[in-house]
Design a protein around this ligand. Structure first.
Ligand code: AVI
Length: 339
């Protein structure tokens, strides 16, 4: 058995990194603006992650099944891109086990020479993942990295001179604005070598009714997921939000091409947050913006690849045409390795 995880020491990063302080600062800034906002990155405490897993099992949330179909049906064409030499299968995020397992099983079955390197900032998520891999895949060599994505990739490249196959499953890219997506992908490009491969998931533009029901499910799981960010402020920052005084609102912005989630105040209220040391005023029906989920056309995805230094190799699309795992190759002048 070869499963382990390492916490990568990042001196500057560790010195300045105080998660609670940053959370409080972001909430102070976001709730002080005329258009109040809280970043969707704060959804994922333990309860938020649990609720997101429940969302992925809902019928209305088509994205998961579409990507499972793509990964199951296209294994051969994925493997064809990397099987001719040893490689690192690098996963950004501790990952959704169900999806990654499809690839791991197939790579192992076909005797690929690879090591699995998930990268995630959460040590507890990484511990769970590495234990799970050890139990399910005793022959798999897993090196989990507890780190931000880019330091993890840098560390990996200095340590193992192998080809990288980076996967970014789900549609997390959709939670970035277009400018943020470009910056993120350019940073990924900077951390990789010529000819490395990236597989990234994108949710495609489709009938607006389908989008609306995916983000406003009948059981109210998405509503609970959205409201949980207020509970998180209560638990971690001493906030006094009464969740029954807010409602979830999910809508599609046709100009942006994005689903957007809001929490709407149901009455005039003042909410004190102890660790910020002040109260925030809400008007009746005043919204807090909490999430973007951008939807893409294939042409948008190709432009994004080109703008950030990649060449599109293949688009793996599910049978309904709802979701794509787009496979890109890193293109760099021979002598340059980044920057
Ligand atoms: C994690 N992310 C890609 C999900 C999405 O579809 O934007 C989060 C989510 N929000 C509401 N439902 C699911």
């Amino acid at each position: 058995m070869a499963s382990s995880y390492s916490v990568i020491k990042q001196e500057d990063y560790r010195e300045t990194f105080d998660a609670k302080h940053l959370f409080a600062l972001d909430i102070l800034v976001g709730l002080s603006e005329t258009r109040k906002r809280i970043s969707s990155k704060y959804f994922y405490d333990a309860r938020g992650s649990e609720l997101f897993t429940q969302i992925t099992n809902l019928d209305e949330y088509y994205l998961t099944n579409c990507e499972l179909e793509v990964l199951s049906d296209c294994q051969e064409s994925i493997i064809g891109l990397v099987r001719n030499e040893p490689f690192n299968l690098v996963e950004l995020g501790a990952g959704d086990g169900r999806k990654t397992k499809i690839l791991l099983e197939h790579f192992l079955k076909t005797n690929c020479d690879f090591r699995y390197v998930p990268i995630d900032i959460s040590e507890s998520a990484m511990k769970d993942l590495v234990i799970d891999c050890g139990e399910n895949f005793p022959d798999l060599s897993t090196n989990g990295l507890v780190s931000d994505y880019f330091s993890g990739l840098k560390w990996l490249n200095n340590r193992y001179k192998r080809r990288n196959f980076v996967i970014f499953l789900g549609s997390s890219i959709g939670n970035f604005t277009h400018a943020e997506a470009r910056e993120f992908l350019r940073n990924v490009w900077n951390s990789l070598h010529h000819d490395d491969i990236v597989l990234a998931g994108f949710d495609l533009k489709k009938d607006i009714e389908l989008l609306l029901s995916a983000y406003n499910d009948r059981e109210g799981v998405t509503a609970a997921f959205n409201l949980n960010v207020l509970e998180r402020i209560n638990n971690e920052l001493g906030g006094e939000f009464d969740l029954s005084k807010f409602r979830h609102f999910g809508t599609y912005d046709v100009f942006l091409g994005a689903m957007q989630s809001y929490l709407v105040s149901l009455e005039r209220q003042s909410v004190f947050i102890r660790d910020i040391g002040r109260a925030f005023e809400f008007w009746p029906w005043e919204p807090i913006h909490t999430e973007y989920s951008y939807k893409y056309l294939i042409s948008d995805i190709h432009r994004l690849a080109e703008e950030t230094g990649f060449r599109v190799e293949r688009d793996l699309i599910d049978s309904k045409g709802y979701f794509v795992d787009s496979i890109w190759r890193v293109v760099k002048p021979r002598e340059s390795n980044g920057n």
